[in-house]
Design a protein around this ligand. Structure first.
Ligand SMILES: [Fe+2]
Ligand SMILES: [Fe+2]
Length: 304
């Protein structure tokens, strides 16, 4: 057993697509003329995470975007195949993360282990100023009909040495609060959804630090970073990747979040999906060269 030596995170689905974003030493941008097709942006998230130890690479699909069409289209455009995927990890039970799941499983045609929190299968909806949105429900029976092996757990889980799913993330910062209007229907009872089902993927690259990959960061990205440090025993943060869900919070909370990322010492903050346009521009201004916007087709290459 040993820690991973290399991690590549490919954004297969993200809200953003900008072919003029420059590549950096850590983030390789897609070049349209070199692809096998065109890329589609879509509301949601899907990352293909390739984790290499020695000669072997383990490929995890983290989330499946909001729909199957962009997931299939973009995997093909990027020259990737469903057969390459060894396991699937569902970050939480929102439809912009599982919308393409059933289509992907049918397309793949052979069973796959799926890691998730047990609460991802309850119906969920949002109460917004524009009214009720939803409900949505991931049908557990339909997932199981594909032959998928569901591995549901609320606690931290180590997939292989140095690769962790956090399980439920403790809320400890004072500024990262629950998502307003988020609702869950448990055993027929409607209630506020504390979104305990959201977990992050954490990869320990030893002296380089941790790669923390978060779907929507409903528990708060700073809480997520702190918990990643706690479960791995490694205080070094190499990269923070994912959606930060900051569009609806105050400027003060955005400032505190940016301070938390700065204080982590991360060499890369690659954020997209639900981060929000204004918070992303602030991250860009305040983090400088350690910030990159996550675009469809971007690949973060992180090595120990
Ligand atoms: Fe999301
Ligand atoms: Fe979400």
């Amino acid at each position: 057993m040993s820690l991973p030596e290399k991690v590549s995170v490919t954004a297969v689905i993200d809200n953003y697509l900008d072919v003029f974003e420059p590549s950096t030493s850590l983030v390789e941008r897609a070049v349209p003329g070199k692809l096998k097709g065109f890329l589609l942006a879509g509301h949601g998230l899907a990352y293909l995470v390739d984790i290499t130890k020695g000669e072997s690479t383990f490929t995890l699909l983290m989330d499946a975007g909001n729909a199957f069409e962009p997931l299939k289209n973009n995997l093909q455009a990027l020259g990737r195949t469903p057969a390459e995927v060894d396991a699937l990890f569902l970050s939480h039970g929102h439809p912009d993360h599982y919308g393409g799941l059933l289509g992907f499983l049918e397309w793949r045609g052979s069973p796959l282990p799926i890691y998730c929190h047990p609460d991802v299968f309850w119906p969920k909806y949002l109460m917004t100023p524009r009214g009720k949105v939803g409900p949505w429900k991931l049908d557990r029976g339909k997932v199981e009909e594909t032959g998928a092996e569901l591995i549901c757990a609320a606690d931290v889980k180590q997939l292989t040495e140095g690769v962790f799913l956090t399980g439920e993330i403790p809320r400890r910062t004072t500024f990262e609060g629950p998502m307003p209007g988020a609702k869950i229907v448990k055993d027929g009872q409607d209630m506020d959804d504390p979104l305990v089902d959201e977990q992050a993927l954490v990869i320990n690259l030893g002296e380089k630090g941790l790669v923390v990959i978060s779907g929507c960061s409903h528990p708060g990205i700073v809480n997520t970073i702190h918990y990643a440090q706690e479960i791995t025993g490694n205080s070094l943060i190499y990269a923070v990747i994912g959606g930060l869900h900051l569009a609806q919070v105050s400027d003060e909370v955005v400032s505190q979040t940016i301070d938390g990322i700065k204080n982590s010492g991360a060499q890369l903050a690659l954020t997209g999906h639900c981060t929000g346009f204004r918070p992303n521009t602030r991250l860009s201004q305040e983090l400088g060269s350690t910030f990159a916007v996550s675009c469809v087709g971007s690949i973060a290459n992180l090595a120990a």
